[in-house]
Design a protein around this ligand. Structure first.
Ligand SMILES: [Zn+2]
Length: 203
């Protein structure tokens, strides 16, 4: 269960990405709230988990947390990457930044491509929440692993199906602990996850 730039093809331009300050501030506010709750972080073996992104402008590019940043309570602008292009069938992305984009970038891209009005995607890890929500919320097949084209296609299908609903949450059945939420804004997607965390944490 690694979340580095491993399984997919990452065309990485290692230079400074121009990330608008307002977007960086939004990302940091959301990420620090999720980090405090343990929904983003690092496992004892040093592997980071959880990633968040915001769409840039009205297009298909987006800013996402970089790989191997899970251990930090706060991120600097250089810990974020800008994903400029992607291809599900090639399992590839093109990104720019001082850090590589998260290996789960294609899961985020799948939501942005299938739902033009979505402005932000939040991916967290939580075993108890995953167990509670599994098959109660739209869930991708347990045979589909994270970081594969199949996961991107499955997420795209479910995301467009539930985009009109109130709770925009997808459980990644084949990615233990993995949950995805999205919304028109980052605070909407983040609040949805925190609401569920609060609702189920004492069950
Ligand atoms: Zn994950």
């Amino acid at each position: 269960m690694t979340e580095g730039c491993i399984k997919f093809n990452c065309n990485w331009e290692q230079s400074v990405a121009q990330i608008p300050e307002a977007i960086y501030n939004q990302l940091e506010t959301a990420r620090s709230a999720l980090y405090r709750l343990g929904l983003i972080g690092m496992y004892p073996d040093g592997i980071g988990f959880g990633n968040i992104s915001v769409r840039l402008g009205g297009g298909l590019s987006f800013v996402i947390t970089g790989s191997a940043t899970g251990q930090f309570a706060q991120l600097k602008p250089e810990h974020y990457a800008l994903v400029r292009e992607f291809s599900f069938s090639d399992n590839s992305i093109s990104c720019i930044g001082q850090t590589k984009a998260s290996a789960e970038s294609l899961s985020h891209a799948a939501v942005y491509e299938s739902c033009p009005d979505v402005g932000a995607v939040v991916h967290v890890h939580s075993l108890y929440l995953w167990e509670k929500l599994l098959d109660r919320f739209p869930t991708t097949s347990s045979g589909i692993e994270y970081g594969t084209p199949e996961m991107a296609f499955a997420i795209a299908g479910l995301a467009s199906e539930i985009n009109g609903r109130a709770g925009k949450v997808i459980v990644m059945g084949g990615h233990r602990e993995g949950i995805l939420a999205f919304g028109s804004t980052l605070s909407e997607a983040t609040e949805e996850i925190i609401k569920m965390h609060n609702q189920y944490k004492n069950d």
